[in-house]
Design a binder for this molecule. Structure first.
Ligand SMILES: NS(=O)(=O)c1ccc(Cc2ccc([N+](=O)[O-])cc2)cc1
Ligand SMILES: [Zn+2]
Length: 261
């Protein structure tokens, strides 16, 4: 699949604002390793997720999300670049129509076939996700690259549920899933920078934590992602859910910090 093809096939939603007018901390970005700055103050990340808070999985017409009960501090993220405690509210993915591209962030321009986002909001400062979304240090998103390799046993439970949410707006109960199983074995090496949501409303409220180590998933597991549809069951023309990534945005003078030298 050639790159010229992907630009014409990007879902209308993704042809949206390539940069928010006046936005100077947009995401995703290309992480240039040699320009990242080692920061010894960056602490180890402390994810503490309770599988019992996992509730449902649904297709929102852009990606599929696994949503967690975030009414208590049962599934939290602390440490790393974060000063406060953040609550896990959902995770989702971005992927391509083939294994040559699909991630949102890149590392020295290297694209990965997919990227996982674990979305958290600052429960020390705010009482609702919707509030935190609008605030400077309201959200923390962990980005994990996916690369094609051996089958990911933890991901398989999720892959097996995808056919039930093939169409936009479909939802299925999905419980007892430990999101921590999707983190790489090494979570001490990561890049940290201040950015934004990568889909509308593109608010500049995200502390991004991008893992250096990808997780491996099989070719077949990724293929099931691509069997999802952007469209609802009623629509005549069905569009396969692929290339649901935003293009890299200008760094605008930001520094990307690294937790490793
Ligand atoms: N891709 S990402 O930057 O990790 C990302 C994370 C969360 C969301 C979910 C979302 C965030 C905000 C809103 N809103 O304010 O209407 C609606 C949905 C959208 C995008
Ligand atoms: Zn995302």
């Amino acid at each position: 699949c050639s790159s010229k093809y992907v630009l014409s096939q990007i879902h209308p939603m993704w042809q949206g604002p390539l940069a928010v007018p006046g936005g100077d901390r947009q995401s995703p970005i290309d992480i240039i390793q040699r320009k990242s700055v080692f920061d010894s103050e960056l602490k180890p990340l402390v994810p503490d997720y309770d599988p019992d808070t996992c509730q449902q999985m649904w297709n929102n017409g852009y990606s599929f999300l696994v949503e967690y009960d975030d009414t208590t501090d049962k599934s939290t993220l602390k440490g790393g670049p974060l000063q406060d405690k953040f609550r896990l509210c959902q995770f989702h993915f971005h992927w391509g129509e083939c294994n040559d591209w699909g991630s949102e962030h890149t590392v020295d321009r290297r694209l990965f076939p997919a990227e996982l986002h674990l979305v958290h909001w600052n429960s020390d400062k705010y009482s609702l996700f919707e509030e935190a979304v609008m605030e400077d240090n309201g959200l923390a998103v962990i980005g994990v690259f996916l690369k094609v390799g051996k089958r990911h046993e933890g991901l398989q439970k999720l892959v097996d549920a995808l056919p039930a949410i093939r169409h936009k707006e479909s939802i299925v109960e999905f419980t007892r899933f430990d999101a921590a199983c999707l983190l790489p074995s090494n979570i001490d090496d990561y890049w940290a920078y201040h950015g934004s949501l990568t889909t509308p409303p593109l608010t500049e409220s995200v502390s991004w934590i991008v893992m250096k180590q990808p997780i491996e998933v099989s070719h077949d597991q990724l293929a099931v992602f691509r069997s999802l549809l952007f469209t609802s069951a009623e629509e005549e023309v069905q569009k396969s859910m692929v290339n649901n990534f935003r293009v890299q945005q200008p760094l605008r003078g930001r520094t990307v910090r690294s937790s490793f030298s």
